[in-house]
Design a protein around this ligand. Structure first.
Ligand SMILES: NC(=O)c1ccc[n+]([C@@H]2O[C@H](COP(=O)([O-])OP(=O)(O)OC[C@H]3O[C@@H](n4cnc5c(N)ncnc54)[C@H](OP(=O)(O)O)[C@@H]3O)[C@@H](O)[C@H]2O)c1
Length: 257
């Protein structure tokens, strides 16, 4: 996720104004070389004198990392965190200064510039800080704003959502194999169907129920398939999956040390 955001940062401000650090020195240095940015051996070196810092470590590592920035990072520097479940209030308390903090939930299609990110302002972040964050993330795809109270459910939908869609692609392909297709052809059909349907849902702006009705002829093949999805509780399972991811995001925010 950090590398996806790095690409966007380079596009927004230029490689010569971006520095990175990472726990895995060899890996981090290779990433830096790939993007033409400066590699820093320590986080302190990376944040020294910067106007903005993006934190993209696992939620369990955020507390230690941010604690280490206190006193090194300039008080006015913008702090952007993409860590799932970590409230802005926690980051603010660890920083120990009035840094503007923006919490972001991106998703992995950001790696090809087709992600969606939701961002929320911490207590010291203004509209100008949100605009700066939007500009920094523009290369990752769509960026929208939500109240921080909704970040956990956003995590359940769009943060974890790509995994549900990959799961669906895999299941569709498996069905093709059950029906006698080669795995390769079944996967090609499944991938292209999901990509095309997603693109159509976006381009048309129509409600998905309307789009579904349009491809469901009376007594046809599609209604027969959709009836199976309904009878097997797939809609309820999707809602339950999102709710489980939301609950886990809440837990991550509670387990902080
Ligand atoms: N992946 C997703 O789909 C997704 C979606 C939305 C949000 N996010 C959020 O994005 C964040 C990163 O996720 P990821 O999947 O990209 O994780 P990741 O692949 O594990 O990358 C995190 C990197 O941070 C490094 N790191 C850990 N502690 C550090 C420290 N104190 N100083 C410097 N570097 C440190 C790690 O190095 P070591 O291995 O040495 O620890 C690792 O290279 C998470 O908070 C996650 O919630 C991820």
């Amino acid at each position: 996720m950090g590398e996806a955001i790095l690409s966007s940062l380079v596009g927004a401000v230029g490689a010569d104004r971006v520095r990175i650090s990472d726990g895995r020195a060899e890996y981090g240095a290779a990433v830096a070389q790939r993007h033409g940015v400066r590699w820093c051996a320590t986080n302190a070196e990376a944040v020294d004198g910067v106007g903005a810092v993006v934190i993209a470590v696992k939620p369990k590592d955020v507390g230690g990392l941010v604690g280490g920035l206190a006193g090194v990072l300039a008080d006015e520097a913008l702090v952007v965190s993409v860590a799932a479940g970590i409230p802005t209030a926690f980051l603010e308390s660890r920083l120990g200064a009035a840094n503007p903090v923006v919490r972001v939930m991106p998703n992995t299609p950001a790696t090809i510039g087709q992600g969606v990110s939701a961002l929320s302002a911490g207590s010291h972040a203004t509209a100008e800080h949100l605009e700066r964050t939007e500009a920094l993330l523009a290369g990752t795809g769509t960026v929208l704003r939500v109240d921080e109270a909704y970040q956990d459910v956003v995590t359940g939908i769009s943060g974890s959502g790509p995994a549900y869609v990959f799961y669906l692609i895999d299941a569709l392909a498996e069905a093709g194999v059950v029906g006698g297709l080669s795995r390769e052809v079944a996967l090609d059909l499944a991938r292209a169907t999901v990509a095309g349907s997603g693109a159509m849902a976006l381009a048309s702006g129509e409600h998905p129920a309307i789009l579904r009705e349009r491809v469901s002829s009376p007594a046809g093949t599609t209604v027969a398939g959709v009836r199976e999805l309904d009878e097997r509780g797939v809609r309820a399972a999707v809602i339950a999956a999102v709710d489980a991811a939301r609950a886990r995001s809440v837990e991550l925010g509670r387990d902080l040390t």
